[in-house]
Structure formats: C-alpha cells, structure tokens
Design a binder for this molecule. Structure first.
Ligand SMILES: Nc1ncnc2c1ncn2[C@@H]1O[C@H](COP(=O)(O)OP(=O)(O)OP(=O)(O)O)[C@@H](O)[C@H]1O
Ligand SMILES: [Mg+2]
Length: 352
C-alpha cells in the first residue's frame, strides 16, 4: 500500500476526470504474460543438468488478451483453474509486469506507476490476506488510515458504514490470525475500500465461505458498486456470485479471451432449451404430455418438461399445459449458468 504525497494530487484528479470521459477506465490490449522456470526433467542428474544447460520452460499464462471496462461497471472475470485470471489481475494492480501488450488503468500504466495506481485501486485476494496478521483488525484499519492520510471524520464515517454493512463489531478487536475465514475476508474488503478507491479488484472473495458469509460479501459488493459507483472486477468460480452481481463478463481459458459481453447475450447464444416444472393435485402428473415439449421426468404430483427455443416459446407451452390440466403451480427454470460456461469451454477448446 502506498503512502500519500501531495504531488500525487494532480494524478488523482486526472484519474477522477478519466472516469467521466469516453475513455474506458480499464483498457487491456493484446496483454501477454509469460513465466519462465528451469525445465527440470526426471533423470539422475536433474539439478546438475538444469544448472549447466539452463534449459527454461516458458508458460504463456496470458495470451494476447484484450478487453475494456467502463467506470461504474461490475464485471465478472471468469475462467477455469489456471486460465490466467489472477495473473491478469496482478498485471492490472501493477504487481506483475506484462511480457507484452498494453494495460491502462485510469490513464496509468500500473506497473510503471505502482504508487499512483495503488491510490486508485483496492484489491482483495481471497487466497491470501493483506492484513497485519498479529494485529487486531481495528489496528490494521488505523494503519491504512494513516498510510492514506485519511481525515479522521471521513475514516470514522466510512468505518462506521462498513461495520454496519458487514457486522464487524463482534470481531474488530480480534487479531487477524484468530479470525475465521469469513471474518477475515470481511476485514480484507474493508481494508481495500476504506480510502475509497474508484476501482476494486476481487480475486475469489467468496472462496471457502458459507452461504451466510457469501451473502454478506455479495451485499457489500453490490452496495459499493451501486451507491459509491466503484468499478469492480470480480473473479470467481461461484456462478451464483456472477448471476447475482454481474451484467457483463470477460471469460478466458488457457490465457486466451473466450468471451467479452453481456451475460444475457452469452446465455441467449448457448441456451437452446428451457424447462418447465408443473405441479398438480387433481390429476396424476405422470399422464401429462404436450405437443410442444418433451417430458423428462414425472411423478404423481409433478412433471418436468423440456422444449427447444427454436421450435416454441415458453408462453405457448404454458398456455397448452394450463388449458388442458388442473395445474396448481408452474415455473420456467432459469438456464443454468454453469452449463452455459461449460458449453463455451468445451466448444472453444475443440475449435482451438
Ligand atoms: N509465478 C508463476 N510462475 C510460473 N508460472 C505461473 C506463475 N503464476 C502463475 N503461473 C501459471 O500461469 C497459469 C495461470 O495461472 P493463474 O494463477 O493466473 O490462473 P487462474 O485463472 O487464476 O487459476 P485459478 O482459478 O486456479 O485461481 C497457470 O498455468 C500457472 O501455473
Ligand atoms: Mg487465481
């Protein structure tokens, strides 16, 4: 985390101005990151050979990825394990230097101006805390207050708001090392947002959390995006996080961009069928049929039917069923995002 110096004020103003200009707040163009490590092959003299030959193995973790994020967006950054998500986030935060390509965040190149960039961003890495391990949470927040030269009344107000949103009171005086994972994650989120950065990177903020803690974190994320206009890039494997929070997604696999766009457009592209579930009490549901849909399962009280979106539409199926059977309840199931994403991964990996 960077100290504040008065010389950074013009940069901060520039960052704030860029949020209202037509320029995207985050712009990534042909971004590439290669890692190189000694190529150790099994053998008797592994150490000696790699030492003398200096053979290196290159991993291209991010491969010519381009995307843009506008101020105020909450974008899901998705991809399977090892896709290159954390590596990209680290380049956006300035922790890693790209091998090639351009990354611009609020008008800056993060790795060239880490200090300036640090004032503009907050980051939470779910796998690793950025808090002071031996100090109570409150002291960690006070260090951040001093590092970022926050005015006391602003600090108190923001901490008060966040404490209420995330129920910090029960554990704010507990050393970080004694916190549960969910409590620690809430502490990390507050630490990242205390100094009101306009951009927040969240790398798996809900990993390993129970449903209640996940819910709290989601509420917080939605609130700071809606109320404070914070631009958020959210990396997660939890499709519920994505469904609840993100309108737009960037998806990568094997370091390459697979999709950038609206979640609904992605679904429309890959969802070919929909399902309806009907309940009835006065008729045996196993007798239900429809010319517009295929029955996939049924028992005496409930039937599940599936129809192709190219052949018919939900209202037609519903009308047919409700006009012919004494139906007590009917629901059209939302397409499963997990299925959509799986479909996308397998289709693209076959085509490359
Ligand atoms: N410091 C490093 N040195 C060498 N290889 C690395 C390094 N960091 C990441 N990699 C490799 O780069 C690739 C992308 O890793 P990355 O951590 O960005 O994936 P990810 O999408 O965040 O995956 P996950 O969902 O598992 O967190 C992987 O093959 C990984 O092994
Ligand atoms: Mg990762």
């Amino acid at each position: 985390m960077a100290e504040v110096s008065t010389s950074e004020t013009p940069q901060l103003l520039r960052a704030a101005k860029s949020t209202v200009s037509a320029q995207p707040l985050i712009e990534v163009c042909e971004l590439t990151k290669e890692f190189s490590r000694p190529d150790v092959r099994p053998g008797r003299f592994i150490g000696t050979r790699s030492l003398f030959t200096r053979a290196r193995k290159i991993t291209r973790a991010v491969d010519r990825v381009s995307f843009q994020i506008d101020a105020g967006e909450l974008v899901g950054f998705l991809g399977p394990n090892g896709a290159g998500k954390s590596t990209t986030i680290k380049m956006l935060t300035g922790i890693l230097v790209p091998t090639s390509g351009i990354v611009t965040v609020a008008g800056r190149t993060p790795w060239r101006d880490r200090r300036g960039n640090a004032r503009t961003i907050g980051a939470v890495f779910g796998q690793r805390s950025q808090l002071w391990y031996d100090l109570p949470l409150r002291n960690s927040f006070e260090i951040i207050r001093d590092l970022y030269a926050m005015r006391p009344e602003i600090y108190r107000r923001r901490l008060g708001e966040f404490s209420e949103l995330l129920d910090l009171d029960d554990f704010i005086d507990t050393p970080v090392r004694s916190l549960s994972l969910g409590q620690r994650m809430r502490g990390d989120l507050v630490a990242a947002m205390l100094y009101a950065p306009p951009i927040l990177y969240l790398d798996e903020p809900t990993v390993g959390l129970d449903v209640v803690a996940k819910g709290k974190i989601r509420e917080f994320v939605a609130e700071i995006n809606a109320d404070q206009g914070t631009t958020i890039v959210l990396t997660t494997h939890d499709m519920d996080d994505v469904e609840r929070l993100c309108r737009r997604v960037v998806i990568i696999d094997h370091g390459r961009l697979l999709y950038e766009g609206e979640l609904e457009t992605l679904k429309a592209q890959y969802v070919t069928h929909r399902e309806v579930v009907v309940h009835c009490t006065d008729v045996d549901a196993t007798t239900i049929t429809s010319p517009h849909a295929e029955v996939i399962s049924a028992d005496t009280v409930k039937a599940r039917l599936r129809f192709a979106l190219t052949a018919t539409a939900a209202p037609k199926v519903i009308h047919d069923l409700t006009s012919r059977y004494p139906i007590t309840d009917l629901s059209v199931l939302e397409p499963d995002l997990e299925d959509v994403i799986r479909h996308l991964y397998t289709e693209r990996s076959r085509s490359t």
